[in-house]
Ligand binder design. Structure first.
Ligand code: NCD
Length: 312
């Protein structure tokens, strides 16, 4: 992320961050989470900068939190959603990118259904590019906010065990999360029916098909949404069958360690991958993840675009 002097800096995936960058993001996010507890939640660090949110896929949390984060840093924010723009008239990503370039924006936050789209933007534009989720590929700010949330609950993450559970095949959250957790020295498990696992998992990730066996070993249970919009027919027999084996419910939670942290990137399918009781239980860190999302995105925007002066 931190390039040579004068080089553009981007966040396309977790691998853009050297271990010391990861630490710097988490530290900076911690100081911004303090700013968020103040009555006036704004600092002038990015005054005069323009950030564009370019969203080609539906999103609530990620888009709103990037918007709030940029505004709290006093940047100007433009929101571009595919359904209210010339994309409906057939404009290509490249032409949209060139329009943004002509307008002189400083950063583009992009979410796109096609894996690799943020890398194309980086080639076409000479502005900072942040990946807010590309297809089934990567979602680095989610991985960072998840690390932040786990640190708040568990302290040092080295040696802690996390299981990503469910629709790993379609999950950019898991793909970036694996890298981030391994970089922190965590033990990482991928738990899913064989049909919802990718053909290859990264080195160091242990695969299991048996949630009940895994639960007592974990410090973090990370439940993934079953992605109906990406699901091809026949990956599991029925929602009932899926939840029978892979839903985190109160019964299963009883087998977990007392301080276990339950996480979910949202939006949750209550009653599918997670029961409503578990989603509302004190173990669940889902709202903490949302709050961390703002602090972490402030940190990333600040480190990529700022001059180093927080200005408060
Ligand atoms: C995730 C996403 O879009 O990749 N959600 C999010 O960023 N809040 C996960 C998901 O949609 O299941």
């Amino acid at each position: 992320m931190v390039g040579e002097a004068g080089e553009r800096r981007h966040l396309l995936d977790v691998d853009d961050l050297a271990p010391e960058d990861l630490e710097r993001v988490l530290e900076t996010a911690r100081s911004f989470s303090e700013v968020m507890r103040r009555p006036i939640k704004k600092v002038p660090s990015l005054r005069g900068k323009t950030v564009v949110n370019l969203f080609y896929e539906p999103s609530t949390r990620t888009r709103l939190s990037f918007e709030v984060a940029a505004k709290r840093l006093s940047a100007d924010v433009l929101n571009f959603t595919a359904t209210t723009s010339s994309v409906e008239k057939g404009e290509s990503l490249k032409d949209t990118a060139l329009t943004l370039r002509a307008m002189g924006v400083d950063a583009v936050v992009i979410r796109h259904p096609v894996a690799g789209a943020p890398w194309l933007l980086r080639r076409w534009l000479d502005v900072t590019v942040l990946n807010a989720g590309d297809g089934m590929h990567a979602h680095p700010t989610q991985a960072l906010l998840d690390l932040f949330t786990m640190r708040e609950r568990l302290g040092d993450l080295e040696g802690k065990t996390i299981a990503y559970v469910g629709d790993i095949l379609h999950s950019r959250v898991a793909r970036s999360g694996f890298k981030a957790c391994l970089a922190m020295g965590m033990k990482v498990l991928a738990v899913a029916p064989p049909t919802l696992l990718p053909p290859v998992v990264p080195e160091g990730v242990e695969v299991s098909y048996d949630l009940d066996e895994v639960i007592p070993r974990c410090d973090v249970l990370y439940m993934l949404r079953v992605q109906k919009e990406r699901l091809l027919e026949g990956r599991f027999p029925s929602p009932q069958e899926y939840s029978r084996f892979y839903q985190l419910n109160m019964e299963r939670l009883k087998a977990a360690r007392p301080g276990v942290v339950v996480m979910h990137p949202g939006p949750m399918n209550r009653g599918m991958e997670i029961s409503s009781e578990v989603a509302d239980a004190p173990h669940a860190a889902v709202n903490a993840q949302v709050a961390a999302g703002v602090a972490v995105r402030m940190a990333v925007l600040f480190l990529l675009l700022g001059t180093g002066e927080r200005g408060d």
